[in-house]
Design a protein around this ligand. Sequence first.
Ligand SMILES: *[C@@H]1O[C@H](CO)[C@@H](O)[C@H](O)[C@H]1NC(C)=O
Ligand SMILES: *[C@@H]1O[C@H](CO)[C@@H](O)[C@H](O)[C@H]1NC(C)=O
Ligand SMILES: *[C@@H]1O[C@H](CO)[C@@H](O)[C@H](O)[C@H]1NC(C)=O
Length: 845
Amino acid sequence: MKQSFVRLVPLFLVVLCIFVSVISAQNQAYEHLVRDGKQKPIGHRPVLDDAWGSKPRNDGGQSASAVQEATAILRRIRPSTNRLSRFSKPTGVFGTTAYYAKELFFLLFMNGPPQQDLVTSKPQTRKLSPPLSQAVKLLEDAAAEKNPDAIFMLAEMNFYGNFTHPRNYSEAFRRYHELATLNGNSSAQSMIGFMYATGVGGAVKQDQAKAMLYHTLAAEAGDIRSEMTIAYRHHTGIATPRNCEEAVFYYKKVADKAIAYMRSGPPGGYSMVKDSYRIADDEGGVYGEGASVSSAGPNAKQGGPNSDVHASFDDVLEYLDLMARKGDPKATYNLAKLHYDGSRAFKRDLVSAKKRFLELARMYWTRDGKTKSDVPHGTEKLASKAAGYLGRMFLRGEGMEQSFSIAQTWFKRGIANGDALSQYSMGLMYLHGFGVTKDPVKAADYFAPAADQDLAVAQVRLGALFLDQGDVPTAMRYFDLAARNGHIEAFYYLAELSNQGVGRDKSCGIAAAYYKIVAEKAEIILSSFQEANEAYENGDLETALIDYMMAAEQGFEIGQANVAYLLDQVKPRFTLSSFIPFMKQKLSLVGDAALALIYWTRSAKQSNIDSMVKMGDYYLEGLGTAPDKEKAAACYLAAAETLQSAQAMWNLGWMHENGIGIEQDFHLAKRFYDQALETNPREAYLPVLLSLYKLRLRSWWNTVTNGRVNSIQDDPPPKKDWSFAEWIHAFLEADAAAWENMEVDDYDGTHTGHDGHMPGGDDDYYEDIDSDILESLIILSLTAALAFLVYYRAQRQRRAEQQRQQGQAQGQEGQQQQGQQEDRGMFPQANDPEFLNWQAGGVGH
Ligand SMILES: *[C@@H]1O[C@H](CO)[C@@H](O)[C@H](O)[C@H]1NC(C)=O
Ligand SMILES: *[C@@H]1O[C@H](CO)[C@@H](O)[C@H](O)[C@H]1NC(C)=O
Ligand SMILES: *[C@@H]1O[C@H](CO)[C@@H](O)[C@H](O)[C@H]1NC(C)=O
């Protein structure tokens, strides 16, 4: 029997093959149909769904059908695959080699004419593909008959480059303008406002007054993006005097819509997903890992499930999965929660989440709800959390059919073990009468213990119930607690109370700040972060820039930082082209640098410290503005005063050392260098150490040669004509002091640093350990050699001096000359183009 079965296997396989191929062919055909029929456009903006002409319009029947026909054609056009999509980040030796090999290849063979600058680029003429030009023709004819949908679509295609249509910002502007004058369409007005505000693509000259006008018109007609923009402009005083009342007026409109959207979700409301992130943070911040505030000191990445410092996300997942399969409740819980919440690196997966939560719950409860005895310690708590989530998923119908009764079962189990989420959710069921009779009092009884466990949603609901009862102080207390946990509704209630002066003094400033938080938490309904991120990840920098710029105009600090980062041409990044002499670095147009400076400034104003330091760099270098060393120093000082930016402190030290923008003062310079080291011991260690060596040498020369600058030693000896004997004495003393100091501060520092903070010395960095230690050893020995040479030369000169029995004046001259020479060797000067590379690259390395 077995024999015959084996003989049948090939036959079976053949049949299977035929079956599969037939089925898949059918599937493909079907997919094709579906794609033709109702593929959704890329990106999502609910407003635009009408533009797809799903319902025929009665006005201008012919042009409407032309638009429909055009849309049908356009839907079939696939977006082209991205040119030069970003190579994945290199890891390891082979990865790095391959990365540079690829870059070299593209550099040498695939290098087209230099890419125009992003913002001011002139559109290139490109031949349209036949179906596209057919569709455009149809749309243009319809547009000539004043069909608004056709005009709008043409405008969008020219602006965003949808359906592989080449961008032409002038044409886009013309179309938007046509539509805005035709029927006052607020979406078009908003776009015109944006184009006037940024002068993007060189379509129109930047004109803030007109930008205000169009944005205000659009905002009056209820365009949420323009409302946000106008609110921000009034809030910070861009192109209009600061006006808190106006800011509150518009922010409140946005906030109202945000809350309405949130409440329109399933029980408990939509969760407001955060899409925005600083793209610079992927590289450790604008100054690189460790040198930027966003990745140094307390913000340094610590190992965690969402961190990719030590392991890739996949490795973490794999590890968790392994542990979960071994029955580790904690790993199961973490995994389930990762699946449930999702993240930027990881798509939400409700089915897997449910599976994991169920697994966890089964560790504690039997199928019929009895609790198991002799479970390991801690399982009970995690299992009840899982019960809370399972109930929530049934309550909201996430990844399964909505079922109030099953939800209630799970909540009851969770509540038996005091799970906060279960308590809150049960309260929610009573509050709204989901599957039970409505009973606010009972709801409050459930909310209270959850609120006591610091569950923000419960605190908000409880606060709202107290507010209904007229107990404002108690309500405020709960809102404050929930706001501390960043809950959007808590900020909304607090804003409303501040705005109306209920429970506390009426305060426009506080109301505006809170409304702004609410509005910005609703980024999903009003910002283009999602599209921007997607474009950026696909290497489509132009789209990313435009989309981030929209968010930046709406006042999102992250958008502003991202735009500035993208425009920033002076990033101290070592790309291959910076090593090849004949490949000239792309020079930035003045306009781009000026625009970048604007966004750095706006971002700095919203207390982004790295942006503030960046601003200083722009003033120092004269990028996009006239060089202004004092302003640069002021920026650095402001950033340094937050006591977070080692980079700013280091820059200040350097400015004091060289007397740039501020008074030359070695003593203060040392103070700032020391502060930089204190602020960021691990990353600033090496640059600060080197700077201190150099500073000490200079200070020493200054003392020796009786210079005018305030030396590190507090009181410089009075200036007078010294005798040779005195000079020798001073020389020897300063010499001894300098070396002594080095031993006390720096030499010891080397050792403590080695144990704790030396880059590469840390356990976490085992991968970099060799190269880092080698690097620092080389630098240290070079420094030592340099110091020795200087010392040796001085000694020899002194001996020669003595031998020749010459006067002191000549001797001093010799020393001074030498001092100047030595100054130049190791560090580039401020006006040297190398300087910025060195300065910024040095810290982050
Ligand atoms: C603007 O016009 C387009 C095209 O007709 C339409 O889809 C969109 O809904 C309009 N916007 C508003 C706010 O009316
Ligand atoms: C064009 O693309 C942009 C950005 O991706 C998108 O927001 C817009 O809805 C698209 N417009 C149309 C008509 O598809
Ligand atoms: C872009 O549009 C403008 C105005 O509609 C037109 O004059 C210009 O020729 C267009 N540019 C290209 C490259 O098609």
